[in-house]
Design a protein around this ligand. Structure first.
Ligand SMILES: [Zn+2]
Length: 427
């Protein structure tokens, strides 16, 4: 096993943690419950949580957390569930931090956030009842992210069962709006208006199954709606005036020729094209939606400025060609989604701790890039990763999604170790 760079003595010895009686108590709880029970997972999955309508599932999660010996459990203004287990200890191995005035032995003014998103991609009328086939469970949203929420609850229960008193404050967050047009609104709120009393030292998002992937790079994306408008008219009687669909066509042809680099990996897509009312009417309006993604924010900036430029050129060309008609087109490029990119460095304390907690359990992790709730803290310079909770899945985001829970106990064990390693144990 290659020796990895690490931040001096800061990583606690994982094997010492495994020997602590309260950790052993929590691990016993996880063993008895096989990580989390099928019934718990099914109960979560069968409460529909469509985009922008996560309320019922949030209430369920809040009720479960309120049965534990926590301080506050609240549902915030946007619908995130937040439960806080206040830290009681002194900061271990912290030798002074000019930002927060910490000293060795001072109260541990850090927060560790463990989170999972509540929402699914499925609309309200989707049948979310779970069907069993052997050990496999079938239902839309069962793996993304009912299993993440089940793990979050199980972790909280295991910590209570073992009587774990963390040194840093541990905050359990079930977030809204991770998927699609939710545009990470839940986690955005947590890190803006939501606020934490103490600085967030680590943010861990539980999203989907699997054990190997540690997502430390945030795949950024930006989405736009391009709209071109003109006077419109009759295809014969008004021929010669500007045509928004013709201009949009010019724009798409130019945009499609954009030379996206292979590295840093970058993609772009025109997803929806709309416009016009009739085959024999010059349209008043044409629009398209555009998705741009890259592991590098500079590349996304570049695509955005290219898009704005070619829309401008396409409109000017159409206006110039039809100048004799005295009509003009206008255009707007509106931002409809924005997920920032960035990276929690591989040699950061958080990534190194996650790697060690995995290896101690025989899991060989690999670092990964994806678009998740962690995008927001990463973009703010707060260490964040997204991990799987164990088990396997297939057909995510489709009606035939399934989850195979074998291996989830190991996932929960890793999660418990990671949480305790990050937060520390109070004396
Ligand atoms: Zn997800």
């Amino acid at each position: 096993m290659p020796k990895l760079a690490r931040e001096a003595e800061a990583i606690p010895a994982i094997s010492d943690l495994l020997a602590a009686p309260e950790v052993r108590g929590a691990l016993d709880f996880l063993k008895q419950n096989n990580g989390f029970s099928d019934d718990e997972l099914i109960a979560i999955c069968e409460i529909a949580a469509p985009p922008f309508k996560e309320g019922q599932r949030a209430q369920f999660v809040a009720r479960q957390l309120r049965e534990l010996d926590f301080g506050d459990v609240l549902i915030d203004d946007v619908g995130n569930v937040i439960a806080t287990r206040a830290g009681t200890g002194a900061a271990p191995g912290v030798t002074g931090n000019s930002n927060h005035g910490r000293r060795r032995g001072a109260r541990d003014h850090r927060t560790v956030v463990i989170s999972a998103h509540l929402d699914t991609v499925f609309p309200e009328d989707t049948d979310v009842r779970v069907r069993r086939e052997g050990t496999r469970l079938h239902a839309p949203g069962i793996s993304d992210n009912a299993c993440g929420i089940a793990s979050l609850l199980s972790l909280a229960k295991a910590m209570s069962a073992g009587g774990i008193k963390p040194s840093a404050t541990v905050c359990f967050a079930a977030t809204v709006g991770e998927e699609g047009e939710g545009n990470l609104r839940g986690v955005r709120h947590l890190f803006s208006k939501g606020g934490f009393d103490d600085p967030v030292a680590a943010f861990v998002s539980l999203d989907g199954p699997g054990l190997e992937r540690i997502t430390n790079r945030a795949l950024g994306s930006r989405r736009f709606r391009v709209t071109i408008t003109g006077p419109g008219g009759h295809s014969w009687g008004d021929f010669g005036i500007v045509n928004p669909v013709h201009a949009l066509g010019r724009a798409i042809a130019r945009f499609a020729a954009y030379p996206a680099p292979l590295s840093p990996r970058t993609s772009f897509n025109v997803g929806i094209v709309e416009g016009g009312n009739s085959v024999n009417a010059i349209p008043e309006k044409a629009s398209m939606t555009v998705d741009a993604r890259s592991v590098s924010v500079e590349e996304i900036d570049r695509i955005e400025s290219y898009l704005r430029r070619i829309v401008d050129i396409a409109v000017r060309e159409e206006n110039a060609q039809r100048a004799f008609s005295g009509t003009d087109l206008e255009s707007t490029v509106d931002l409809i989604g924005d997920r920032p990119s960035g990276e929690t460095p591989p040699d950061s304390l958080l990534v190194q701790t996650a790697i060690e907690c995995s290896r101690v359990l025989g899991i060989e992790p690999r670092l990964d890039c994806s678009s998740t709730d962690s995008n927001i803290p990463i973009s703010l310079g707060i260490p964040a990763i997204t991990i799987g909770v164990g088990g396997q899945s297939g057909n995510c985001h489709s009606l035939t999604e399934w989850y195979e829970p074998t291996g989830r106990e190991l996932g929960l064990k890793r999660l418990l170790l990671l949480t305790v390693a990050l937060a520390g144990l109070a004396d």
